[in-house]
Design a protein around this ligand. Structure first.
Ligand code: 13P
Length: 251
């Protein structure tokens, strides 16, 4: 049986003092929860803080992006090996904000995915359609294209060591969550598409839902058969909310 996973994506929020209370609260709040896995993906400058406050507990940590290059003259970029220096477990790859605001193409996302894996990090590959794409009926085509960029480049086996997050763009930060049925339908599509390549990889793939997951709707989303947890934005910045979502993932 697949284990549930809840990951906080802090995005560009946080300050040293505030993080201290948040990390401590989350770490203590989920300490007794044994039936699922938990992580927070923090801004780069706070990786050392996350490492020092979370090590030894049951909350892993990671980054929200990385460079596709190993090292070199790439001003402002952060390499996968640098994330490993701070004992990161995860790196979010291809978040819709990166795709939309920083021009990350499917090809670049695939290269970043590979860079994360080569360094031993678990990529959390984000896919999802915009509202216009949903309304014009191309949700499955968009998600398939985003996944195929990775599968064609590195084979379906690459997804055996990865997490996929379905995040409909229209549900991110809008308070407009996909209904459990809407989310389940796309999750089932993703799993079935994987199964055509490799049934075992499909069956074991951890598939998160992201987009306005809150303490009040997490349990009904996580109860769906193909939803294996959540990627949480806004609610991951509030101790009680994030801990309640983590509790909802308990099996
Ligand atoms: P919200 O939970 O704030 O909608 O953000 C979702 C998200 O983008 C997580 O990566």
């Amino acid at each position: 049986m697949r284990r549930k996973l809840v990951v906080g994506n802090w995005k560009m929020f946080g300050r040293l003092m505030k993080n201290q209370a948040l990390l401590q609260g989350v770490s203590e709040g989920v300490r007794q929860l044994k039936g699922a896995d938990f992580a927070v993906c923090v801004p780069y400058p706070y990786l050392a803080q996350a490492q020092s406050m979370l090590q030894g507990g049951n909350v892993s940590w990671g980054a929200q992006n990385l460079s596709q290059f190993e090292e070199g003259a790439y001003t402002g970029e952060v390499a996968s090996g640098m994330l490993v220096d701070f004992a990161c477990s995860y790196a979010i790859i291809g978040h819709s904000e990166r795709r939309a605001l920083y021009g990350e193409s499917d090809e670049i996302v695939a290269q970043k995915f590979a860079a994360a894996q080569q360094a031993g990090l678990t990529p959390i590959l984000c896919v999802g359609e915009t509202l216009a794409e949903r309304e014009s009926g191309v949700t499955e085509a968009v998600v398939a294209r985003q996944l195929d960029a990775v599968i064609e480049g590195f084979g379906v086996a690459a997804l055996a060591r990865a997490v996929v997050a379905y995040e409909p763009v229209w549900a991110i930060g809008t308070g407009k969550t996909a209904s459990p049925e809407q989310a389940q339908a796309v999750h089932a599509f993703i799993r079935q598409r994987m199964a055509k390549h490799d049934a075992r990889v499909a069956e074991n793939l951890c598939l998160l839902y992201g987009g306005s997951v809150k303490a009040g709707n997490a349990a009904e989303l996580f109860a769906m058969p193909d939803i294996d947890g959540g990627l949480i934005g806004g609610a991951s910045l509030v101790v009680d909310d994030f801990v309640a979502i983590c509790r909802a993932a308990q099996q």
